[in-house]
Design a protein. Structure first.
Length: 173
């Protein structure tokens, strides 16, 4: 079962993990020292998080795509679970961000309120869209692993998508 695409699995997984880990570490390290009790710090931290989500989400998509294409169903299930947890974290961050934005708005000079409101709205929309996207990814991951499990139970082997496409064997959708 030595398929040529398996040779790229390790470097592809590594690159996807780098896309997730490095930007996430950059955001976390820039927030030190942690001050959860300070409204301005929480507001800034969540705003910074919203700006730094896109690259890690691309990495997560790459990880999920690789897992699905290569037939790594357990890893796909792990990603689905982590994505579900990510939805909860992002929604909690969004709720906190909205409350902190309302509290911080009272301290903003009147001529800057419009810019503050627009920046806050942009960050909130990014958090919400990211949470919805992670929810979609989690659902896709759970569906994909459920199908693979059903195929194993029925005695059919769940063939990786890429292997099926390369070998020319038909796939039933």
């Amino acid at each position: 079962m030595d398929q040529p695409q398996r040779y790229l699995a390790s470097p592809a997984y590594a690159m996807a993990a780098i896309l997730v880990a490095f930007p996430a570490a950059e955001v976390v390290l820039s927030l030190i020292p942690w001050r959860f009790g300070v409204t301005a710090w929480r507001f800034s931290a969540v705003g910074l998080l919203s700006r730094g989500l896109m690259t890690p989400m691309l990495g997560v998509l790459m990880l999920a795509g690789l897992a699905m294409l290569l037939g790594h169903h357990r890893f796909l299930r792990v990603l689905a679970v982590l994505s579900s947890l990510g939805v909860a974290v992002l929604l909690a961050a969004l709720g906190t961000f909205v409350l902190d934005a309302l509290e911080m708005r009272a301290q903003v000079r009147p001529e800057l309120k419009r810019a503050f409101d627009l920046a806050s709205l942009q960050a909130a929309v990014k958090l919400l869209v990211s949470a919805v996207w992670l929810g979609m990814l989690a659902a896709a991951g759970f569906r994909g692993t459920r199908r693979a499990r059903a195929e194993r139970r029925s005695g059919r082997r769940a063939e990786p998508i890429l292997a099926a496409a390369v070998s020319g064997s038909p796939t039933d959708e």
